[in-house]
Design a binder for this molecule. Structure first.
Ligand code: GRF
Length: 264
């Protein structure tokens, strides 16, 4: 096992990915770290508990070594695989198994998951796939989204790195909602993984996330604007950089939208 991430070194971090499904998030990671993110990290290994996972096809097409994790609850076996892959980071991209405690401990601060809802809502055991989006619709929630977080010993519980809100629209089905959320997952996930790989975002000893993603976090995203006005043109440039007077541009833009929607 390699040592924890050192921010002083510029060596691209070796990123291992676990995925159980089709692997569209894996693909987003592969594409990002083959291009803009190449200096921060490289995808070194892909594992899955499912022998037929579509993620394997994507990994193999990119020339990335793969492994079928036949005993996903055996932490020692998983650790041995990750050690063999010389993984610095472990990333869960639609992985359905609980990560064994010994792996959680070994990858403390270096283990990241994406979840297609705004945690801590609509997460935890049994909340996977379209069940999540069906539950969002069943509750009548008006906003959902994507969450990237550090992983602890429980499903979907660790400290949150970033979130991106996505509107629930009239006529939505679980499948429609899933595809709308997936679109933002593909943008948010690589940026978060790169920030952890580069050490610009870290899990502190206080159990909280520290640092700066170094990107315009899409708190006030095109999707969010779209939620507020039916005829809105999505803004291609999410804005949340602090302004000189200290207020965030996101807050200002939201105030503008609110003023437009609810004129005095
Ligand atoms: C994504 O929605 C991810 O957030 C969740 O599982 C889904 C995996 O989709 N954990 P894909 O396999 O990446 O296409």
């Amino acid at each position: 096992m390699s040592e924890p991430t050192e921010t002083t070194s510029h060596r691209p971090r070796r990123i291992a990915v676990l995925a159980s499904g089709g692997g569209s998030n894996l693909q987003a990671l592969i594409d990002y770290f083959a291009g803009a993110g190449a200096s921060a990290g490289t995808i070194c290994w892909v594992g899955s508990d499912k022998a037929q996972a579509g993620a394997f096809d994507r990994a193999q097409a990119a020339g990335i070594p793969t492994a079928h994790v036949t005993a996903p609850h055996d932490g020692d076996v998983l650790l041995a695989l990750l050690r063999e892959a010389r993984a610095d980071l472990l990333v869960l991209a639609g992985y359905l198994k609980l990560i064994p405690e010994v792996v959680v401990r070994a990858f403390h601060g270096r283990l990241v998951n994406i979840h297609p809802a705004l945690l801590p809502a609509f997460g935890g055991p049994g909340m996977y796939g379209q069940r999540i989006h069906a539950a969002v619709l069943a509750h009548g929630a008006m906003v959902t989204g994507a969450t990237v977080h550090f992983v602890d010993e429980q499903f979907d519980r660790g400290p949150i790195i970033a979130q991106w809100p996505v509107p629930v629209l009239p006529g939505d089905t679980p499948a429609l909602l899933a595809s709308r959320v997936l679109a933002v997952e593909h943008r948010l996930f690589p940026l978060c993984v790169a920030a952890v790989a580069a050490g610009t975002v870290q899990l502190g000893e206080d159990g909280r996330v520290h640092g700066d993603l170094g990107i315009p976090v899409p708190v006030h995203s095109p999707a969010w604007r779209f939620a507020l006005t039916a005829d809105d043109t999505p803004d291609p440039t999410p804005i949340s950089h602090p302004t000189p007077d200290g207020t965030s541009a996101a807050a200002q833009a939201l105030a503008t939208d609110v003023a437009r929607l609810f004129p005095r």
